[in-house]
Design a protein around this ligand. Structure first.
Ligand code: ASP
Ligand code: MG
Length: 412
């Protein structure tokens, strides 16, 4: 029988009533003839609570015990979902990660999936089980300990199962009805996309659109898993949501398909560093070792052998960046006059695969911002994305103006 993967996020299993509603949707797919693998998150808020308990108990916690505690939220919803399905006369069984077993690396709290053997579940499906409810977000290390995949990891569990079982599709049920051209909370003209390419979704996810964990999109792209994002709150079960798929499966597309923003971005400038080979390597190795996620990098024009180096990183990583750079200064590895942190900035990006074949997108973006009197502080580009750092107070305005200018409220 064809296999379908259905993933329910925290808000979709937030209480027994929601679990019943989710189970009904599963029942509909079973009736169509699918064997279904259901991946569940913990009830919304549960994982945060568990993380809080761990941190309160032990500020410098042992990551193995963090995983033991934090993975437990999913065990509860998996069992409850299986029971709910059984009450509806759907043959269902719950599986924790280790029972499958979903094998991971031993990088506790950020483990990567190594392998999902299909034998155990396949055998049960053969014996008449119609739904395997699998606890998302968790697996087992080579040492035999429970691991977790990082926050939001159930999406990645779902895609990995879809790949391993050759599922027809991987449906991600969440509290929004799809992927939007931008955040509807700050732009009322935001439009739900029927389809979006993997690459675009990847950019949007890594830019902070919280619908899908970035790794799940990477995995889906690598294995060609068709991903559908849809709401578990809408009444009709045949709503289309947004299909995340290969470029070839999208007929017509706007040049720009999404405008993303990130509020918590800081602009860091190292004043007066020596302009010679090895300096950038020294700076960014130190930052990477300190776990600072550097995004944009600009090296300014040098004068008399010295230059300024600007980079951006999440605001909450500023102290870590500061400490890491100060340390290499004290060690004598790097000499600079000052590190200036500007936390009053925001990043706004436009994303679209159409940029590969169409020129002038950057020029248009800069013109739109200048017409609004918005000064651009840093620019970076990739094949399908242009990002700028601007003053945070203009962020909403920039998003709305760009959304209008690129005609995102209308389909291609
Ligand atoms: N419950 C985990 C979290 O909140 C995993 C997930 O829901 O995807 O991060
Ligand atoms: Mg999530």
């Amino acid at each position: 029988m064809p296999v379908l993967v259905m993933k329910f996020g925290g808000t979709s299993v937030a209480n027994l009533d929601r679990i019943r509603r989710a189970a009904k949707r599963v029942g509909v797919e079973v009736a169509k003839g699918y064997d279904v693998i259901v991946i569940v998150s913990a009830m919304s808020g549960k994982t945060n609570e568990l993380v809080g308990w761990v941190e309160e108990t032990s500020p410098l916690f042992d990551a193995r015990e963090y995983d033991a505690v934090v993975s437990s939220g999913e065990n509860v919803t998996a069992g409850l979902m299986a029971l709910t399905l059984q009450e509806m006369d759907v043959p269902a069984r719950s599986w924790q990660g280790w029972q499958v077993p979903l094998k991971t690396t031993s990088a506790h709290s950020a483990a990567r999936i190594v392998e999902i053997p299909t034998e155990n579940l396949t055998q049960k499906f053969g014996e008449g089980m119609r739904v395997a409810v699998v606890a998302g977000f968790q697996g087992i290390s080579p040492e035999g300990r429970i691991t977790t995949l990082g926050r939001g990891g159930s999406d990645t569990t779902a895609v990995a199962f879809a790949a391993a079982f050759g599922a027809e599709r991987c449906d991600i049920y969440t509290d929004v009805d799809g992927v939007y051209t931008t955040d509807p909370r700050i732009c009322e003209k935001a439009r739900k996309l029927d389809r979006i390419a993997f690459e675009e979704m990847l950019e949007l996810a890594s830019l902070g659109a919280k619908v899908l964990q970035t790794r799940s999109v990477e995995l889906a792209m690598r294995y060609g898993v068709k991903l559908r994002v849809l709401s578990s709150f809408e009444e009709q079960s045949d709503q289309a949501g947004t299909l995340v798929c290969a470029e070839e499966d999208i007929m017509e597309s706007n040049v720009v398909n999404g405008v993303a923003y990130s509020r918590d971005e800081a602009k860091m400038t190292l004043l007066s560093v020596a302009d010679r080979p090895g300096i950038a390597a020294t700076i960014f190795s130190a930052l990477s070792e300190a776990g600072v996620n550097v995004d944009m990098i600009v090296q300014n024009i040098s004068e008399e052998g010295r230059t300024d180096m600007t980079f951006s990183c999440p605001t909450n990583e500023v102290p870590r960046a500061d400490a890491a750079l100060d340390k290499i200064r004290q060690d004598g590895q790097l000499n600079y006059a000052q590190l200036v942190a500007d936390t009053d900035v925001a990043k706004v990006s436009v994303v679209g695969i159409g940029m590969r074949s169409q020129s002038g997108v950057a020029a248009k973006m800069f013109k739109v911002l200048s017409d609004e009197g918005i000064n651009i502080r840093v620019i970076t580009t990739s094949e399908i994305k242009i990002s700028v750092l601007i003053d945070r107070k203009y962020m909403e305005l920039a998003v709305q103006a760009l959304h209008d200018a690129f005609g995102l409220d209308k389909a291609a």
